[in-house]
Ligand binder design. Structure first.
Ligand SMILES: Nc1ncnc2c1ncn2[C@@H]1O[C@H](COP(=O)(O)OP(=O)(O)OP(=O)(O)O)[C@@H](O)[C@H]1O
Ligand SMILES: [Mg+2]
Length: 355
């Protein structure tokens, strides 16, 4: 396993009475791409700014490559940073924007030219040196900001919602692009976002934060599929909540009777007689005409009460198992009609149980 590039130990940041960060422990491995994810005001930017040295912790320690950096000033920390508002200099050319960070590093003129060219190649903007920011598209400006961050050959790349100003299509394209650049360069990266899809699609490790603390950390699949709290479960989309009683068990599967008497299989170890609180993501349920259930799934009968056509996906509400259940699925055939009898299929592994 790679060593730790960043260690955050019991870090707290108070602004007067407000604890923006309230006891955070976090380790970022060498070369890792870590996403800090959470709702507005949970302390993501403050955490990033403390790593950068733009804010100082009121308690705890920050170590970069094993060295305590609490008191190391910004200009002595070798990181590249990209913010939401790119802050390119509007009157400087692309070349001068990117070369800016090299100016104070005593880099020879010929090397500056070479390194700016390499950075532009990495972000796939070759031969754009002489343009002004206003002569570039939003996505191209974003790439210049990334080129400016990587040209200094930083130990760390810090991103604060760098894609949120872009439109949806470009944002998605830039996700892959940033990920590609990071992987090729192998630079340890901390990426702040409140966009779940962005965090899940880009990061090796996702850190979900709430109220200045870490709620859960794990691989994208761990935080999505095995949330340890209701907050994390609900953060990644619409979740149905059901209760049921265990009536049978065998090899890691329990039979659970739901509100209206329907029985489902749930991947779980636990004694007969237990009452379970079950969470189910809307996209982990399949709905179709009777007889179309997936193999291996439990079937719950229901009636469609509404449908919203969203283009790629359809959101149904189905009256089943004694509740109104939200179902999100790709539009596979004709829309199911309101009032139609349907089968829901739910795999045993689809249920989430909180301890
Ligand atoms: N300079 C400051 N002075 C006072 N309070 C601050 C300051 N900076 C941040 N805060 C407060 O600290 C908390 C965390 O702010 P922070 O900017 O870290 O949140 P965030 O997770 O980045 O949110 P967003 O997603 O909205 O950017 C908020 O309650 C915020 O109001
Ligand atoms: Mg922020």
């Amino acid at each position: 396993m790679a060593g730790a590039a960043i260690e955050i130990k019991g870090v707290e940041k108070k602004f007067g009475e407000v604890a923006a960060v309230a006891g955070l422990d976090l380790t970022v491995g060498e070369g890792d791409f870590v996403a800090l994810l959470g709702p507005s005001g949970c302390g993501k930017t403050t955490t990033l700014r403390m790593i950068a040295g733009l804010e100082h912790p009121t308690a705890g320690d920050i170590l970069v490559k094993g060295r305590r950096v609490n008191d190391v000033p910004v200009h002595k920390r070798n990181f590249g940073m990209v913010f939401q508002n790119l802050a390119l200099f509007p009157h400087k050319t692309v070349f001068d924007n990117i070369a800016f960070g090299l100016k104070y590093r005593n880099v020879a003129k010929a090397d500056v030219v070479r390194r700016v060219k390499t950075a532009l190649d990495v972000v796939r903007l070759p031969r754009m040196e002489e343009r002004l920011p206003a002569q570039l598209s939003g996505g191209q400006q974003q790439r210049v900001a990334v080129a400016r961050a990587i040209v200094i050959e930083p130990d760390l790349l810090l991103f604060d919602e760098p894609l949120s100003a872009l439109d949806a299509g470009l944002r998605e394209e830039m996700r892959f692009e940033l990920k590609r650049i990071q992987r090729n360069l192998g630079i340890t990266t901390v990426f702040v976002t409140h966009d779940q899809a962005e965090a899940l699609s880009m990061a090796d490790k996702v850190v979900v934060m709430q109220n200045g603390k870490m709620e859960q950390e794990g691989t994208p699949d761990e935080v999505y599929s095995r949330p340890t709290s209701e907050f994390v479960a609900r953060f990644f989309g619409q979740v149905n909540e059901l209760t049921g009683k265990v009536v049978g068990r065998r090899d890691g599967i329990v039979d659970v009777v739901l509100g209206d008497g329907a029985t489902v299989q749930v991947a779980h170890e636990g004694p007969v007689g237990d009452t379970l609180r079950l969470l189910l993501r809307s996209e982990r349920v399949r709905v179709g005409k009777p007889g179309t259930a997936e193999p291996g799934a439990s079937i719950v009968k229901g009636v469609v009460t509404s449908s919203d056509y969203l283009g790629l996906m359809v959101r149904y509400v189905v009256n089943a198992a004694g509740i109104e259940l939200a179902v999100m699925q790709p539009k596979l055939g004709p829309l199911l009609a309101t009032g139609e009898q349907v089968d829901l299929s739910i795999q045993p592994s689809a249920w989430m149980l909180l301890g």
